[in-house]
Structures are given as C-alpha cells and as structure tokens.
Design a protein around this ligand. Sequence first.
Ligand SMILES: Cc1cc2nc3c(=O)[nH]c(=O)nc-3n(C[C@H](O)[C@H](O)[C@H](O)COP(=O)(O)OP(=O)(O)OC[C@H]3O[C@@H](n4cnc5c(N)ncnc54)[C@H](O)[C@@H]3O)c2cc1C
Length: 263
Amino acid sequence: MRPPLDARTAPSQYTVPTPARASSSWSGNSGSSSSSRSPARRRTATGYSNPVRGDRQRRSVANATSAGEKMCVVPAALRYAPPAHVAANLLSASPLSAELRAIRYVSTATVFLGFDQRTLARPLTGAGFIVPPGEGRILAGTWITSKWDGRAPDGSVLVRAFLGGARSELDVTQENDESLVTRSLSELQRLAGRLGTPRFTSVHRHIASNPQPSLGHRARMVRVDGELRALPGLHLAGAAYDGVSIPDCLRQARVAAERIAAA
Ligand SMILES: Cc1cc2nc3c(=O)[nH]c(=O)nc-3n(C[C@H](O)[C@H](O)[C@H](O)COP(=O)(O)OP(=O)(O)OC[C@H]3O[C@@H](n4cnc5c(N)ncnc54)[C@H](O)[C@@H]3O)c2cc1C
C-alpha cells in the first residue's frame, strides 16, 4: 500500500539519475519513467525527407525540424541503436525488417523505495539478490545504497525491486504504480526482512525494452549480417544482437565505431 504522504521524505531530498532524473537527492537507476517523462512521450515525432549533408545542411535540418517540416539526413555512416523492433520500422523496405521484428521483447519495471535506516530488521550488506524462478513475485532486489554512495540522504537506504520479464505472470504495463510498489515492498520484506514504511517511492517502466534472444538467434544474426552487407554504412548495435549486458552493448558499439572509422 502506498505510504501516507507525511511518512515519505520530501522529494527534494532524493535523486533518480538520468534519463529519469528527478529533482531529489535519492538516486536510483536509470530507466523509463512511468510518468509523462516516458521516452515515447518525451520524444518529438520527426520525419525526414530531403537529403542533406554538412554544416549548412545541419542548420537546415535544425531550422526545418523546428518549423515542423520533414527532412532527410544522409550520413556517410549510421550507427543505429534503438530496440530492434524500432529499427525494423525504419528499415521496412529491407528484408532486415522482418528479422529484427522477430526478436521478442518484454517489458520490465524497476521500483525504488527509500527507508529510514532505523526501521530495517538487519543491515543491507552485499549488493542484493536475484530471485530463482518460481520463488518470488519480483525478479531481483538491489541494495542501491550498499552499491553506490550518495544515492540517499544520510541515515536512509535506497532499495530497488526489479519486476516483470519473460517468465513473470505480471504485465507491468497493465499495473498501476501503487500496485507495483505494494508488490515490491511485500516481496522485498518477505525475502529480506522488515524494511519499514517507505519514505520515497519511484516507479520506472522499461516498455518493450528487454530483448529475449531465443533458439535460432545466432542463425538470425548471421542473416542480419548478410543483409547489412547490402546496406554499407549502416551498423546495428545493442542488446538485441550479440549479448544483452552493458559490456556486450559497449563492445558492439566499439566494433561499429571502428568499422565506421576504417571505412
Ligand atoms: C532494470 C535493468 C537492470 C539491468 N542491470 C544490468 C546490469 O547490472 N548489468 C548489465 O550488464 N546489464 C544490465 N541490464 C541490461 C542492460 O542494461 C541492457 O541490456 C542494455 O543497457 C541495453 O542497451 P541498448 O543500447 O541495447 O538499449 P537501451 O539502453 O534500451 O537503448 C535503446 C535506446 O533507444 C531509444 N529508443 C527507443 N525507442 C526509440 C524510437 N522509437 N526512436 C528512437 N530511439 C528510440 C531509447 O530511448 C534508448 O535510448 C539491465 C537492464 C535492466 C532493464
């Protein structure tokens, strides 16, 4: 249940970092907010049509897009790293599109909860825990303030629950914030002991943001590479392709940058 307002610390004392940075000094993880800050609502829908290059053209783009016109930018190379289903839309004229669209995505949510340290049953040592399948209604719990400094006011702790995903019965896009907070709090306390009444809560949904490479993914990537050879200058990178971890994504970005530099 959502804590009474007077039990929560004033938002000005908490921070949640980019891209969903809040005006506060609690500092959780990045993610797409459930609020009007969600990427889909934040982004301006801009279409493109006239080919342009160089500084003069860049100014044209700025002028045209601010005037709401459609422009087309033709770069020498493009490293494109949105979710695969978004790239599929852009590449709808290519056989790549169907391959990219076939990569399944799921939605997840992160729920941040801040507590007075004095209300914890035990100190939050370690980094947190991952819940084995079938043993809980959240995927994981993270002790944010045990991992990183400066994420909560002195005397407070910040924890994060990770919910949803491929094996969960929970559809995070259908649950309201209050329900996600309630589930997170009860599961974190069931699994890790009493935490107390939250003084701060923040819910972030990662909608269709988590790719789930399935059997046959490697063969699909071989086909994707083949199709990309027909589109020189276009490079795809990100969790949908060759590993989902942050180091995997960085490696892919580095490879793409090196190829662009070498071209
Ligand atoms: C809660 C959570 C915790 C995680 N923890 C870890 C961890 O501890 N360690 C680890 O290695 N990995 C972790 N991961 C996995 C890892 O963070 C991701 O797999 C990785 O960041 C994905 O990077 P990406 O660039 O492919 O996608 P994203 O980082 O999702 O980037 C996609 C970009 O595309 C943009 N975009 C979306 N739609 C459009 C559109 N229509 N047009 C243009 N742009 C668009 C988005 O705004 C975003 O900037 C975690 C993931 C989650 C969700």
